[in-house]
Design a protein around this ligand. Structure first.
Ligand code: GLP
Length: 260
């Protein structure tokens, strides 16, 4: 794992965005795995800015989002379809025919999960998978005890996750109990992974992911098995890492240091 620690959340988000933009510049028809959650809008703003400045085009990029709530239609304001349109797709030139999310409002969500995994397999592998992390160590909606061999499927959300995501729902509406999420094995098949975590609420799960045992109780620890993962943190999210000074020595201020 490459661990990059930045002074601020804004710097961390900018670094994550640049890794994505660099990938698209190098391979305009690459396949990106995209994420939702409160950590991501600053990343997507940088991506939109790069497009507005003419530095990059996303027109040929294929995207697969990690997850969607079961029961929410794409036009529901709290759906991840809606989040992605609002935070990224509508502000850029991503092609609607190349951007994919699972549909949460189908009669047979299990069949939809299987269809979605097969679509990723047929168009993948994902070149770069962007991830956030839950305070309980989830990636996508792979909640604690998710199998490292899991594929896209329905997961029951924990009370903690539903509570954490309540802030995105208004008017007394509660987050759904179920979601369709890409599996951990599906994530591990990506060529490259970038996980962004900011804020003190993520400090425990970040430490468990990076330095804890490989364990299904912290699904993100599966990334220890992935050979090309970059973990991008701000000081708060990095605050419980035992080897924090070492990571900072290897990558001072999150930069590549020359080997001399
Ligand atoms: C959500 C999403 C995850 C995201 C995580 C953290 O539930 N399914 O993909 O990484 O929780 O979200 P936030 O960035 O809001 O803390």
């Amino acid at each position: 794992m490459k661990i990059l620690i930045f002074e601020t959340a804004a710097q961390a988000a900018e670094r994550a965005a640049h890794q994505i933009i660099d990938k698209v510049q190098a391979r305009p028809d690459c396949v990106l795995g995209l994420a939702t959650g409160g950590t991501m809008p600053p990343v997507y703003r940088h991506m939109a800015q790069a497009k507005a400045q003419g530095a990059v085009s996303y027109a040929l990029v294929t995207t697969f989002n990690l997850d969607e709530y079961v029961g929410l239609a794409p036009d529901h304001p709290c759906s991840y379809h809606h989040f992605m349109a609002q935070e990224l797709f509508d502000a850029t030139d991503f092609s609607p025919t190349r951007t994919h999310l699972p549909y949460g409002n189908t009669a047979d969500p299990a069949a939809e999960a299987t269809r979605y995994d097969a679509l990723i397999q047929s168009q993948g592998p994902i070149d770069l998978q962007l991830l956030g992390i839950g305070a309980n160590g989830h990636i996508g909606f792979n909640e604690p005890t998710s199998s490292f061999g899991s594929r896209t499927r329905i997961k029951t959300l924990t009370k903690a996750t539903r509570l954490a995501n309540q802030r995105f729902f208004q008017d007394g509406e509660a987050p759904p109990n179920y979601a369709i999420t890409v599996g951990i094995e599906t994530i591990l098949e990506s060529r490259e992974v970038v996980l962004l975590a900011t804020g003190i609420a993520k400090a425990r799960s970040v430490a468990d992911m990076v330095e804890g045992p490989l364990s299904a109780i912290c699904p993100a620890s599966a990334l220890q098995l992935h050979p090309a993962t970059t973990i991008i943190l701000d000081q708060d999210a990095a605050s419980l890492l035992k080897l924090k000074e070492y990571y900072f020595q290897v990558h001072p201020n999150g930069q590549e240091a020359p080997i001399v």
